[in-house]
Design a binder for this molecule. Sequence first.
Ligand SMILES: Cc1ncc(COP(=O)(O)O)c(C=O)c1O
Length: 447
Amino acid sequence: MALDDLMTRELERFRDEHPRSLALTEQAKRSLLGGVPMHWMVRWPGGFPVFAADAEGARFRDVDGHEYIDFCLGDTGAMTGHAPAPAIRALAAQAPKGITLMLPSEDGLWVGEEMARRFGLPYWQFALTATDANRFALRIARAITGRPKVLVFNWCYHGTVDETFATLQPDGTVRAREGSVGPPVQPSETTRVVEFNDPEALERELAHGDVACVLAEPALTNIGIVLPEPGYHDALREATRRAGTLVIIDETHTICAGPGGYTAAHGLEPDMLTIGKPLAAGVPAAAYGFSEDVARRANDAISTDLADIGGIGGTLAANVLSLAAMRATLAEVLTDTAFARMIELGERFEAGVRWVIEAHGLDWHVSRLGCRVEYLFHAEPARTGAQAAAAGDPALDRFIHLYALNRGILLTPFHNMALMSPATDEADVDRHTEMLDVAARELTAAA
Ligand SMILES: Cc1ncc(COP(=O)(O)O)c(C=O)c1O
């Protein structure tokens, strides 16, 4: 059977087995734009999304009664596993005592000290999303350097941050990323873009002297996993120091590398660090940290009298409920022991995919960063975002996703990405390997 025919068969199976999700989608079209509460959800393969019923640990159930092993984990928001007991206890204990006050609580102090211990930056602030943490960090960087521009890597993703929706054209110019909805200004006005792993391009763009900060994932994780080449982070740090440009490391996904993210695992020395998603086990919470020097300069630059209208903060940021959940998550869920296990499972997942690739002679490869694993449909790992983007195969991507979903496995949408949680086990990983083996057999027979 050709790929198109295999896909038709899988679409029919999905539709037949999910009547309740289909009915709810039809109903939702009358009140929700596109029939979904958040527009990305239209992109799940199958023609309509499964409606979730409940989730616990590494599994969730849908409204049609199917159970799934969840390797998507809310695209990292639930990297803790769903509803981990310590966070649930903390939420249940805190909620009756108040949810938001715009006053500090002792939990915030505990979390600040723990973040400093894990990531090595002494001062912290909280936000509700990683997007906001990035937006606030960019503002601070511009304020304290007096420079207008931000530098990002081609095909990066840092949330819905206007400055980052910029891609590099083949002629070297910067354009709004394809699909960017209503950009406020042309991103070439705000942003310089270079390829990841290209120190010469970085030097060249920094030499303009107008770049406040580099906002970087330490390894790209949103266009496949693109790992830094040896020495790249040293080159980045040296070049930015010479240019008077700050480095903001976004650890929102790369926390998968260990308890202190890629930064602690590889001894990076960022000026600022941002992180969101799993910090409070999925309750909205994010944080951004400052070096001693940046903290001093930020204090000088930010007017206390005008702090409430400075463009940084948010009424619900640092609310006592998310701080309580953050404390419990850091203290009892995303622990050193949990990471050691999750990374071992990541290695097992990687080995399983590699075995399938070799057994079927596929032109694919598998990449891993800590407990995050991804397989891509090209033989060589990409060095840059552009290479990774060019090697994408959306049709095969959708097929694998739907094939997995029809067999009780959820992968991260828009990638073949899998994340291990403290609740994931070896049998879950092996079930994925078995599924991929059968899928590969059907695909190679079709080719
Ligand atoms: C590296 C990175 N930073 C920031 C974000 C934004 O997170 P959120 O959508 O929760 O604000 C994302 C989301 O995928 C991300 O991958």
